[in-house]
Design a protein around this ligand. Sequence first.
Ligand code: BDR
Ligand code: CA
Length: 313
Amino acid sequence: MVQRKIIIDTDPGQDDAVAILLALASPEEIDVLGITCVAGNVPLELTSKNARIICELAGKPDVPVYAGCDRPLGRNLVTAEHVHGKTGLNGPVLPDPQMPLQETHAVDFIIETLRAEPPGTVTLCPLGPLTNIATALNKAPDIAERVQEIVLMGGAYFEVGNITPTAEFNIYVDPQAAEIAFKSGIDIVVMPLDVTHKALVTPDRNEAFRNLETPVGTAVAQMTDFFERFDKEKYGSDGAPLHDPCVTAYLLRPDLFSGRHINVEIETGSELTMGMTVADWWGVTDRPPNALFINDLDADGFFSLLTERLARL
Ligand code: BDR
Ligand code: CA
């Protein structure tokens, strides 16, 4: 497999943390050029701290981490401490990071990297609200044609909403930013709730993380122990959905996933359905496809991959 250069844009978040760990555990296939942080699950100060905590947990303190936008483009920030806890990484007790935050703004890092690398060689992996990505596209429209692909976690169609009746959290927090990304003409792969709700950490799967008997395995088990209560109560599910790791797992094993190439538009007008991903799953419009919308995965294959990779850290 050809090594893929990626930028992870993130708001950690326990599931973001697992997504980052999976990427950092896979250097043969994935070259993480940098991690850019955005306000989302918790405010920016915490997401940019949490990203560094995770790099250090992985034993990779040299990965550059950048702070980006601290609020959505045109709305007030909505956070999700009710899911992720006060710090965003509740569960394990992990030390404060020693590695520095880079001085460059995340948006400038995204722009500079895309301009410096050969066109079509850098994939963007947004795991939170799309504010940094949209700000970069607004500031430097020339980068759109240089992006290899965007593989993002966000949206929902059959599962509809988790933060409102119709909207998924990442898209709801910054729908204007999401609209810019979906209209950019860049190839997009979407991991919506339809697939991430199938990536469930059952008790057996969490035991497998714990049985690694490594700091990473223990921390991941403790994160999902904490994070699962929300979905158990809300959906009656068996455990925590690993939303964001679907993105990095897709880079490693796209064959584990399936979906349809369809048109996806973002609701930005109606307060009632703000941030809804209007996915033309059944092809009832003439709107051209702009995204590969994933709806299924081989969950056992996904968890085998994840456990095997986390064991390498
Ligand atoms: C998404 O929202 C966040 O809470 C998670 O980290 C994930 O990116 C799921 O809706
Ligand atoms: Ca996230």
